[in-house]
Write a new protein. Structure first.
Ligand SMILES: Cc1ncc(COP(=O)(O)O)c(C=O)c1O
Length: 526
């Protein structure tokens, strides 16, 4: 089978300075016109069945695979669309890594051009490294002026812990419940999302877990404390942790948190949360690390960094960035203050990272930041994100299962509940929706401790037309589920249709549901 190659037409279209579906529509039309002129062999090297067989045979089965029961084979992608081996086009609402759009031509060109000239380690002088560092630090609040380049979000967070410990000479870390900070041993230890799993290692004594500041279904709910300073209420728990740690002979090296918790279920912390937490942690002798690996680089629209949503005065001591920084190419960084970098130097241990800051990775990161600015993608994220949030809030008036719609820019969560009063998570239904949306060629995932939050973090080129399409299909799927429920209550054979989805297999009072793609299961009462 032959598929169309990315043509000149697409490159031209993507260079339009305005972003919108129109541009990609033009791109796709031109692409079709050019399809006779540019074709290439299928990028599929094996039939799908063989890809599945070889993956099972040779790839660790703990590696996550989306839609494990019927996985997708993606062979190419453009902008906010991914294509399977049969040419099926999927709207990508998941990939925050392809930040400025899949295969963005300027980014691709920057990588190819540099790869053809030189790629080596950063023990030699190279302009890309310093230009990238200058650009990245220019986007941060002033004290954050020093960069360390690494290859992944995990490496960035691991280095952030080392910096914090060498600067404070303390050891303990405060983390948030449900947090995920990476796959290295040091980070699994501070990721309750992982260490609390049945097979996890549990909490180490040097780790202190504070409640996730979730005002919808967390420890303190806004509905129960009207008009109260929820940010302070949640922050006071961190103060308690600092006091107890000191009482127990522990010293705090750092507080680490995503500025908006993504794995925790697309959580927006209440006002005053970071302001108070940062003060308490610093008073306890620790430093504050903002993990912007998922939410950085303008996803929130108004600002470059999500911590800035909490106020201009909120300045972390260390910021970690990754995923969107390379638009799919592995590049990440730690940005910190001169004082912290100096303490690390004084430890006498040189820092060397073979690939960190190589000329190709830096060329890619520079191109990503340029595209973000030139195409005004932050403004675009605000515009489209607000439109999508408004439409979803309208949809919530129609479908009671939508308990909460929250978000900022193109970081959006739709929390699904069995009833709005008790806010029981609609876990099984969320999984069903994810499967049905895939059948409708929309890729969306669910997350949060109960996997009941639909999370949207699409490439920033996601446009208003995409948002409208998403809402329309979600509406149809929810309506169909309502219809099924009504018919089921009437005892109709329609029940069969629902039972086709694995998550609806059990009952009558309990359901065994698949809670993630790794086939983990959970029993929930219904
Ligand atoms: C918030 C956060 N921090 C760090 C990481 C680790 O990044 P990486 O997978 O690039 O090592 C992730 C990955 O999902 C993440 O979501």
């Amino acid at each position: 089978m032959a598929i169309k190659c990315m043509s000149q037409a697409e490159v031209i279209a993507s260079r339009f300075e305005t972003i919108g579906c129109g541009v990609y529509q033009v791109a796709r039309t031109l692409l079709c016109c050019a399809s006779k002129e540019v074709t290439m062999d299928a990028q599929e090297k094996l039939p799908k069945s063989e890809t599945v067989r070889l993956r099972k045979r040779h790839v660790g089965q703990s590696c996550k695979l989306f839609y494990r029961a019927d996985p997708l084979k993606i062979v190419r992608a453009v902008g906010q669309y991914m294509y399977d081996e049969k040419g099926g086009q999927y709207l990508d609402c998941i990939n925050n890594v392809a930040h400025v759009g899949h295969c963005q031509p300027d980014v691709v060109k920057a990588a190819c051009d540099q790869l053809a000239v030189l790629n080596t380690n950063n023990r030699f002088l190279h302009d890309n490294l310093v230009i990238c560092a200058r650009k990245l630090t220019s986007l941060m609040p002033a004290p954050l002026s020093i960069c360390f380049f690494v290859n992944s979000g995990s490496e960035a967070n691991d280095l952030a812990l080392r910096l914090a410990r060498s600067h404070t000479k303390n050891h303990d870390i405060i983390t948030l419940d449900h947090a995920y900070h990476g796959h290295l041993t040091s980070l699994i230890s501070i990721s309750p999302y992982k260490f609390n799993l049945p097979g996890g290692s549990g909490k180490a004594e040097w780790v202190h877990v504070a409640s996730c500041p979730d005002v919808y279904r967390g420890k303190y709910r806004a509905v129960d404390y009207p008009g109260q300073d929820m940010g302070k209420m949640y922050a006071d728990e961190v103060l308690d942790i600092c006091k107890k740690a000191r009482g127990g002979g522990h010293t705090i090296a750092a507080f680490i948190a995503e500025s908006l918790q993504s794995c925790g279920g697309q959580i927006i912390p209440p006002d005053n949360y970071l302001r108070n937490v940062y003060r308490y942690v610093r008073e306890a002798g620790g430093v504050c690390i903002a993990d912007e690996v998922q939410v950085g680089f303008g996803r929130v629209g108004k600002h470059w960094w999500a911590f800035q949503l909490q106020g201009e005065d909120i300045v972390p001591d260390i910021v970690t960035v990754g995923k969107p920084m390379g638009n799919g190419h592995p590049v990440a960084a730690v940005i910190t203050t001169l004082e912290i970098a100096q303490s690390f130097k004084e430890s006498g241990i040189e820092y060397f990272n073979t690939y960190g800051g190589n000329p190709v990775s830096c060329a890619v990161a520079i191109a990503v930041m340029d595209v973000l600015e030139r195409q005004r993608l932050r403004e675009h994220a605000t515009r489209v994100g607000n439109h999508l949030l408004n439409s979803l809030r309208q949809l919530a008036l129609k479908h009671l299962i939508i308990g909460d719609v929250r978000g900022v820019g193109l970081f959006i969560g739709i929390e699904l509940v069995e009833d709005r009063e008790n806010r029981i998570p609609a876990t099984a239904k969320a999984q069903h929706i994810v499967s049905r949306m895939k059948e409708e060629y929309i890729l969306v995932s669910s997350d949060g401790p109960d996997r009941n939050v639909l999370k949207l973090k699409p490439p920033l080129v996601f446009c208003q037309e995409n948002a409208d399409h998403f809402v329309k299909i979600l509406d149809e799927v929810l309506t169909e589920m309502n219809d099924d429920e009504v018919t089921m209550e009437a005892g109709s054979p329609q029940r069969q249709k629902k039972a086709n989805h694995p998550e609806f297999e059990n009952s009558p009072n309990e359901k065994k549901i698949k809670i993630d793609d790794q086939q983990s299961e959970k029993i929930i009462k219904v």
